[in-house]
Design a binder for this molecule. Structure first.
Ligand SMILES: [Fe+2]
Ligand SMILES: [Fe+2]
Length: 210
C-alpha cells in the first residue's frame, strides 16, 4: 500500500510537471532527465531508500522556478544577453519560494532547488556559497543537472555525447565534487559498456560448440 504522504507527493509532482510541460516542453524533459539521473546515481551510491526517493524528487523539481520566467527567454534560439542571464539565474530563488508557498517543507528539496547552481569554488549563484556550505545532496543534484544540460540538445548548443560531457566535467573539478564526479563517471561508463550477451559461462559453452 502506498503511504498517504507519497500519494500527496505524487499528485504534487504531477501538478508541477503538467505546468512545466505546458510552459516549455524542453524544461519538462530536462526535469525528468535530471530526476532519473538522480535516482540512478543515488542507487549507485547505495544511499538509504528515503534519500534516494528525496533526491529523485529534488531532481524533478530543481528547475521549477523557471515556470516564472518568460518562455521566450527559455526557448531563445541564440545566446542570452547579460540582462536575460540575470533573469534566468533568478529561477533558483523563485523555485525555492514557490515550493515554500505551496507547503513543501522537505529541507533537502528546498536546498537543492535553491543551491543547485552553487559551485564549490564560490563561482556559482545565487549566494556564491563555498564547499563547506554545500551539502552532499546539492552536490549530487548539481552533477546530474550539469551532465543533463550538456547532453541535451539546446537551441544554440549541440548535445554532447555522454563521454564528451564527462571529459568536460572533469575540467570543472574545482567547481564540482571530485569524489562524486569519479563515482558518476564510473556509473556512466558501466551503463554505456557494451553488453556481454552470453557472460563468461555462456562464452565458454559457445567456444566448446565450435
Ligand atoms: Fe537550474
Ligand atoms: Fe537544470
Amino acid at each position: 500500500m502506498i503511504p498517504l504522504e507519497a500519494k500527496h507527493e505524487a499528485r504534487r509532482n504531477t501538478y508541477w510537471m503538467n505546468a512545466a510541460r505546458a510552459h516549455d516542453p524542453t524544461l519538462h524533459l530536462h526535469c525528468v532527465h535530471v530526476s532519473e539521473l538522480c535516482a540512478c546515481f543515488s542507487a549507485f551510491l547505495n544511499l538509504p531508500l528515503d534519500q534516494q526517493t528525496a533526491l529523485k524528487r529534488s531532481g524533478l523539481l530543481h528547475d521549477i522556478g523557471k515556470l516564472k520566467l518568460p518562455a521566450a527567454i527559455l526557448q531563445k534560439p541564440s545566446p542570452l544577453t547579460p540582462e536575460e542571464t540575470t533573469i534566468v539565474q533568478a529561477h533558483t530563488y523563485l523555485g525555492y519560494e514557490m515550493l515554500l508557498e505551496n507547503g513543501e517543507t522537505d529541507e533537502l528539496l528546498l536546498t537543492t532547488t535553491r543551491d543547485h547552481h552553487e559551485r564549490l569554488d564560490g563561482s556559482g549563484y545565487p549566494r556564491q556559497l563555498t564547499a563547506p556550505e554545500i551539502s552532499a545532496a546539492v552536490r549530487i543534484v548539481t552533477l546530474c543537472d550539469v551532465f543533463a544540460a550538456m547532453t541535451e540538445p539546446r537551441p544554440y548548443v549541440a548535445a554532447m555525447k555522454w563521454d564528451e560531457a564527462l571529459a568536460t566535467m572533469a575540467k570543472m573539478r574545482n567547481r564540482l565534487d571530485h569524489d562524486l564526479l569519479a563515482g558518476f563517471a564510473t556509473m556512466m561508463t558501466a551503463l554505456h559498456a557494451p553488453k556481454k550477451r552470453f557472460g563468461p559461462l555462456g562464452n565458454r559453452l559457445r567456444k566448446k560448440k565450435t
